[in-house]
Write a protein that binds this ligand. Structure first.
Ligand SMILES: Cc1ncc(COP(=O)(O)O)c(C=O)c1O
Length: 448
């Protein structure tokens, strides 16, 4: 930077750019304090003041800034360690910075950065083949995006394109994301109302109601968007007959069945695709979160020929600049390698079954606090009797150095969503911390 320019910057009160202090992996105490203070101040002044006010609490004042992730652990800026049982809402199936994912991403970075947009991208193409080989039914084509909501919106567009219809059916208690189409399908007035009018043509059926599906899915329906297990709704598995009935009704009416596996997919439920538990073969599945190996934003829609066929007329209908990045595809391929070489999805099922059965024993012992335990794979909903108990239980676990969170639509429920690499010892630590937390709630029923 020229000295004239520097002077100009300084006279405007803008320091010259030098961020070295942010990139030392082991900052000293003074630097850690500086980063902590600057983070809070800048969230407040420049990022999202409401967010910082909402998040601020005694526990976050000292521990609120994350610095390092490794395996199942997350460390704050002062080096305090948390066992990550939240898993980034489903992102960290392999934990933080899995060495194989890091290796594949680094190997790619040494060769290429972002996608040229002009030449063909080999990792995109090969990942598409690998996904389609493992996907249920006749799903053959893959289209990438950078987040789950984006893939859901693209799937809604694809349904309109292939059916020539514009009506969609979604379900009560669903969560599909916050872009306009996904938000419209989400049916949560608190986050929808400020943005009305939403997209026309959506109707809402009750989750698990075949009667509603029969009534609302008609010959003018473009698609039905459904979670096979409602994640943010409280980790509520759909009934098999219900999901199979949607398939049947879609076949009768010519509508497409779109299963949103953004949270449930890519192994989290104990199968690579969550729909495998239900013996259904949708026309479109959307994936996100875990697809990027905990390393890079990556999402996708996976579609059959019926849903995707018209894309041949104009391959640019769904493009976006950053989707299908080399690094995201490398991370996704690396997760598949680790899953299969280490049989990690089987481990997810086995560890999940253990955690669920031990948590279920607590329901018998503490029926006054805990209502129900449910879920699939390492994705377990732990429902307390009230939202307040849910908040206090999350605090009890935080005090015992475990990160968890309530589900978005259903704050009575805590989600246990740890990485598949979690050890038996770590699972047992969680279980003893949960029991101690529930006992603390019992001793102090009003939470003072
Ligand atoms: C089922 C489901 N679909 C879509 C989304 C939205 O994904 P994203 O936040 O990546 O847009 C989420 C996020 O939690 C989700 O759980």
């Amino acid at each position: 930077m020229s000295s004239d320019h520097q002077k100009q910057q300084i006279s405007k009160g803008v320091p010259s750019a030098d961020f070295d202090y942010l990139f030392n992996p082991d900052p000293d105490d003074a630097t850690s304090e500086r980063i902590l203070a600057e983070t809070f101040a800048n969230y407040h002044d420049h990022l999202n003041p409401g967010f910082i006010t909402f998040k601020r609490s005694a526990k976050l004042d000292s521990h609120g800034v994350e610095w390092r992730g490794e395996g199942v652990y997350m460390y704050d800026i002062h080096g305090h360690r948390f066992l990550d049982c939240l898993g980034g809402y489903g992102v960290f199936t392999l934990g933080h910075r899995h060495p194989h994912v890091v290796k594949r991403v680094q190997q790619t970075m040494e060769r290429i950065g972002m996608y040229s947009q002009e030449l063909l991208n080999p990792l995109q193409a090969i990942l598409a083949r690998e996904i389609s080989l493992r996907a249920p039914g006749d799903l053959q084509y893959v289209y990438y995006h950078c987040g789950g909501a984006e893939s859901n919106d693209a799937a809604l567009k694809l349904a309109r394109l292939s059916t020539g219809r514009f009506k969609h059916v979604s379900f009560t208690n669903a969560f599909h994301g916050k872009t306009m189409g996904s938000l419209t399908a989400t049916n949560r007035p608190r986050i929808q109302r400020p943005f009305e009018p939403l997209i026309p043509g959506f109707s809402v059926a009750r989750y698990n109601s075949m009667e509603d599906v029969e009534r609302l899915v008609q010959d003018d329906t473009a698609s039905v968007i459904v979670e096979a297990v409602q994640g943010e709704g409280g980790i509520i598995p759909g009934q098999k007959e219900f999901l199979q009935f949607i398939r049947k009704r879609c076949d009768e009416t010519g509508a497409l069945m779109h299963v949103d596996e953004v949270q449930s997919g890519w192994g989290r439920s104990g199968k690579l695709f969550c729909t495998e538990h239900f013996d259904i073969s949708p026309d479109i599945i959307t994936l996100g979160k875990a697809l990027g190996g905990g390393m890079f934003p990556h999402s996708a829609l996976v579609a059959n020929k019926r849903a995707f066929g018209r894309m041949a007329e104009n391959p640019w209908w769904l493009t976006n600049t950053f989707a299908g990045s080399q690094l995201g595809c490398a991370a996704a391929l690396a997760t598949l390698e680790v899953y299969e070489q280490e049989d990690l999805i089987t481990q997810c099922r086995e560890k999940g079954a253990y955690l669920k059965s031990r948590l279920s024993e607590l329901v018998q012992r503490y029926p006054g606090q805990i209502k129900e335990v449910r879920g699939l794979g390492l994705w377990i909903g732990f429902e307390l009797h009230t939202a307040d108990l849910g908040t206090r239980m999350a605090d009890e676990l935080f005090r015992r150095d475990i990160l968890v969170a309530q589900t978005i639509n259903n704050p009575t429920t805590l989600r246990f969503q740890p990485p598949f690499i979690i050890s038996q010892e770590q699972l047992d630590y969680i279980l003893s911390a949960v029991e101690a937390g529930v006992q603390a709630l019992e001793k102090n029923p009003v939470g003072i």
